[in-house]
Design a protein around this ligand. Structure first.
Ligand SMILES: [Cu+2]
Length: 255
C-alpha cells in the first residue's frame, strides 16, 4: 500500500520543518513589551494567527518538498504526467478549513476591539493636538499642558485628538493602539496603561518632511506621582501669568 512508503518520511519532514518554523516564531523577539491591557488582547489574537500560519506553512511546505523529491520525473522522461482531475473531498477540506479559521479570527477580532474600546467611568480624558511636527497634550481643566503625555498607571485614558493641519497618527507600540488624527474631526483612542515606564509616541502617518521626528514620549506614572506632577504643573501655570494660555499650546518645563 502507498501509505506505508510515504508515512515515515512525511512524519520526519513534518517534524523537521514544523520544528524549524515553530522555533522561528518563538525564538525571535518579534514584539515589544505589553504596557496596556489592550496589548494583551491584541497579542493573544496575534499569536493565534501566528500558530495557524505555522501549521499551514508546515503542511504546504512538507507536501511541496516531498512531492518534488519523491515524484520527480526520471532523467530523460519527456512523457506527460498522469491525467488528474479534481478531488471533491480535498476541495471541501481546503475550503472549510480557511473558512473556519477566518470566521474564528473575525469573531475574535471583533471581541478584542470591543473590549479594547469599552469606556470606563473613571477614565482620564486628555485633549491631544497634533501638528507638523509636534504633539501637545491638555489635561482636564484645560490649564495644564505638556509636550509629552503623562498618565497614571491602572486608570483608563481616553485621548480626544485633533489635528491643526494634515493627517497624523498616534501610535504607541507598547499599548498596541493606533489611531489617525484627522483635520476637521475629533478622533478617539482608549488605552488602559498597566505598566509604569516611558514609551515612545510615534506619528505613524506620513505627514511631511518632519514626519520621522514627530515623536514624543508617554510617561506612565504611579498615581501619586501623577497627582504630584499635575499639582506642580497647575501651580506653575497659576504662578506664571494671566491670561492663561490656550489649552494644548503650553509647553511647561519638564520636571
Ligand atoms: Cu505627523
Amino acid at each position: 500500500m502507498l501509505r506505508s512508503r510515504h508515512t515515515i518520511p512525511l512524519i520526519i519532514l513534518t517534524i523537521v520543518i514544523g520544528g524549524l518554523t515553530a522555533a522561528t516564531a518563538v525564538l525571535i523577539d518579534w514584539i515589544p513589551i505589553q504596557a496596556a491591557e489592550q496589548a494583551e488582547r491584541v497579542d493573544s489574537l496575534m499569536w493565534f494567527v501566528v500558530w495557524a500560519s505555522v501549521a499551514i506553512f508546515t503542511l504546504v511546505t512538507v507536501v511541496l518538498i516531498y512531492s518534488a523529491w519523491r515524484f520527480r520525473a526520471a532523467p530523460g522522461d519527456e512523457s506527460d504526467g498522469p491525467p488528474v482531475h479534481g478531488n471533491t473531498k480535498l476541495e471541501i477540506v481546503w475550503t472549510l478549513v480557511p473558512t473556519v479559521l477566518l470566521a474564528v479570527m473575525a469573531v475574535w477580532a471583533y471581541l478584542v476591539l470591543s473590549d479594547n474600546e469599552a469606556l470606563a467611568q473613571d477614565r482620564l480624558v486628555v485633549d491631544v493636538t497634533a501638528e507638523q511636527f509636534a504633539w501637545s497634550f491638555a489635561y482636564p481643566g484645560g490649564e495644564v499642558g505638556s509636550g509629552d503625555l503623562r498618565v497614571p498607571v491602572g486608570r483608563q485614558v481616553e485621548l480626544r485628538m485633533r489635528s491643526k493641519d494634515v493627517i497624523h497618527n498616534f501610535y504607541v507600540v507598547e499599548f498596541r493602539v493606533k489611531q489617525d488624527v484627522v483635520p476637521g474631526i475629533t478622533t478617539r483612542v482608549v488605552f488602559d496603561p498597566n505598566r509604569v515606564g516611558t514609551y515612545q509616541v510615534i506619528c505613524a502617518e506620513l505627514c511631511g518632511v518632519g514626519h520621522a521626528i514627530m515623536r514624543t514620549r508617554v510617561v506612565v506614572m504611579e498615581p501619586d506621582d501623577y497627582e504630584d506632577w499635575l499639582a506642580d504643573a497647575e501651580t506653575q501655570v497659576a504662578d506664571q501669568a494671566s491670561p492663561a494660555p490656550a489649552p494644548g499650546t503650553t509647553e511647561p518645563a519638564q520636571p
